[in-house]
Write a protein that binds this ligand. Structure first.
Ligand code: GLC
Length: 561
């Protein structure tokens, strides 16, 4: 394939691959912008808003699945990988989206759900129909245990906490699901499955997509001999481990073969090398294990893997420092960490920060100046809050599965069980329905009540808004090679209980970042040239509560302490 926009874009001025220096904006398609007035976001809506993203300074757009689906998990349950759901558009519109993104010299990443299909996919229907049809082995089927075979083959739980086996009366066997019961796992031990799914990837690569976000890639293989999982003390899932509901999901997630799979998929994607395409995997688990997706015993693998630790790390300088040290230890150059604070499954960032815009600005400064690929979840640039939606009204399949959990427990928890709460529509303006869809239409999820204040139009007009800070810091990163391509050095001598400090270094150019993560005014350990601050008024010798700054370090820099 020929290079699309010349050689200048694949390698930037700093000689770094495009995906290492990029910034990613994650669009939950259903909620971004409704161009056809049916209350649901769509592909034309994304096209219409590309200039918004370009203007903010983002280079890469990742959009959630748009292929045919019964939408029980809103596109993460696919019934045809090669055609477009009419809710979102059609193939011509997807092709137009690719063109429009590239015309703006931006990149496009699709969500690829390799692990499972919908139970309404014709493959699964065929597979279910008998034990000897051509697709009988395309999914993971096993006989049940017990006298009448009605007990599941082992104790495995799925990632969403439910039992991992579902009985099919038709086939009189159990099928396995790593997620929800209507999302049967494909059997990658079967070479035909692998081939067909690699061809799915090729199909979209041929359309020009710049890469994929790989949905629950940690689940792609499971232990073939079905060993039961050991017990664990954990009930709720965590960003560090793969334990849930008193079980360590050791034998159905993060198998050796999954790391090998990353290398195989890399080889497929590398058939399309001009420009090079990117693979970003979704996996929970220890950084020292999941980094193997990126370097499988010295073999090439995924370009990057989501690191979810930042989502649950307490907002404290020492915790962040420790997190950074972990990221750097397990993802040293040429690997690269990812910097992720939110997504379409987790609570809204600003709500986790207690509604503090100051803290949100500080995290934006961190995300766009630290070494790593920054991912912004749509709307976090204006601070869309978590919208409380009772579990019983949930459209999200996880909410439906947990309807029995008392609402008062949910209300106290910082994390969401009803993912609708972080998927409410984008707030574009103070018009009815926040400009997401026409006022005569009911949006698929409610609009955040605070939309008159929190919306793109209002924040564009307000010089010190969160939105304008995002714009400033992203542009600053784009224009500053040390910030998007430099190495990272934790400036331990400036770090203390309140301050997180690091340097980005490239060709002798040094930028020091100081983040005051406390609510106290603290003395600034250095006072060299100020390049950027989260605060509109900065005082050279002190950092205000939650102030973050970028300073240019010179050789004659004066230490104040
Ligand atoms: C991933 C997605 C989530 C989806 C699940 C099943 O975790 O982020 O939204 O429901 O996989 O595909």
């Amino acid at each position: 394939m020929s290079a699309r926009f010349g050689t200048s874009v694949s390698l930037n001025n700093s000689g770094l691959e495009w995906w290492k220096k990029t910034t990613v904006y994650h669009i939950y398609l259903r909620s971004f912008f409704d161009a056809n007035g049916d209350g649901i976001g769509d592909i034309p809506g994304v096209i219409e808003k590309l200039d918004y993203l370009k203007d903010l300074g983002y280079e890469t757009v990742w959009i959630s699945p748009f292929t045919q689906s019964p939408h029980r998990d809103f596109g993460y349950d696919i019934s045809d990988y090669l055609s477009v759901s009419p809710q979102y558009g059609d193939m011509a519109l997807v092709e137009k989206l690719v063109q429009e993104v590239h015309r703006r010299e931006m990149r496009l990443v699709f969500d690829l759900v390799l692990n499972h299909t919908s139970d309404e996919h014709p493959w699964f229907k065929e597979s279910t129909s008998s034990r000897d049809n051509p697709k009988a082995d395309w999914y993971i089927w096993r006989d049940g245990k017990g006298k009448n075979g009605m007990r599941p083959p082992n104790n495995w739980r799925a990632m969403a906490g439910n039992k991992a086996w579902t009985y099919s009366p038709e086939r009189k066997q159990f099928y396995y699901t790593a997620f929800l019961p209507f999302q049967p796992d494909l059997n990658y031990h079967n070479p035909d499955v692998k081939k067909v799914m690699f061809d799915v990837a090729r199909f979209w690569l041929n359309k020009g997509v710049d890469g994929f976000r790989l949905d629950i890639i940690s689940a792609i293989y499971e232990d073939q001999s079905l060993r039961s999982n050991p017990p664990s003390f954990r009930v709720a899932p965590s960003d560090k481990s793969l334990s849930i509901f008193f079980q360590n999901l050791k034998n159905n997630f993060l198998q050796e073969k999954s790391f090998e799979f990353a290398t195989e998929l890399r080889n497929v994607v590398d058939e399309f090398d001009s420009p090079p395409r990117v693979l970003i995997g979704e996996s929970h688990g220890e950084e020292g294990l999941i980094n193997r997706f990126c370097h499988n015993n010295g073999k090439n693998g995924l370009n990057a893997i989501f690191l979810f630790k930042a989502i649950s790390t307490p907002f404290k300088a020492e915790n962040y420092r420790e997190m950074l040290m972990t990221f750097e230890r397990h993802f040293p150059e040429p690997l690269i960490p990812t910097l992720v604070f939110a997504n379409h499954d987790r609570t809204r960032l600003i709500s986790r920060l207690g509604g503090s815009v100051e803290k949100a600005k500080l995290l934006a400064l961190f995300q766009f100046t630290c070494r790593g690929i920054p991912f912004t979840y749509f709307g976090d640039e204006i601070g869309i809050p978590r919208v409380r939606i009772p579990l019983k009204q949930g459209k999200d399949a996880i909410a439906m599965q947990h309807k029995w959990v008392p609402q008062f427990l949910i209300d106290r928890s910082a994390e969401i069980l009803n993912r609708d709460e972080c998927r409410t529509p984008m707030l574009w303006s103070e018009k009815p329905n926040a400009g997401f869809c026409p006022d005569c239409v009911e949006p698929w999820l409610p609009i955040a009540e605070s939309f008159k204040k929190i919306n793109v139009e209002a924040q564009t007009a307000e010089p010190h808004s969160l939105f304008n800070f995002y714009k400033k810091v992203i542009r600053f990163r784009n224009e500053t090679p040390a910030l998007h391509a430099g190495s990272l050095e934790i400036a331990h001598e400036f770090c203390d209980k309140s301050i997180l400090a690091y340097r980005r270094i490239l060709n002798g150019q040094k930028h020091t970042v100081l983040l005051n993560m406390s609510r106290y005014t603290v003395k600034s350990p250095i006072s060299s040239e100020l390049l950027l601050s989260t605060h509109s008024q900065s005082h050279a010798h002190e950092l205000q509560p939650f102030e973050g700054r970028v300073l240019k370090e010179t050789s004659q820099e004066t230490a104040l302490q």
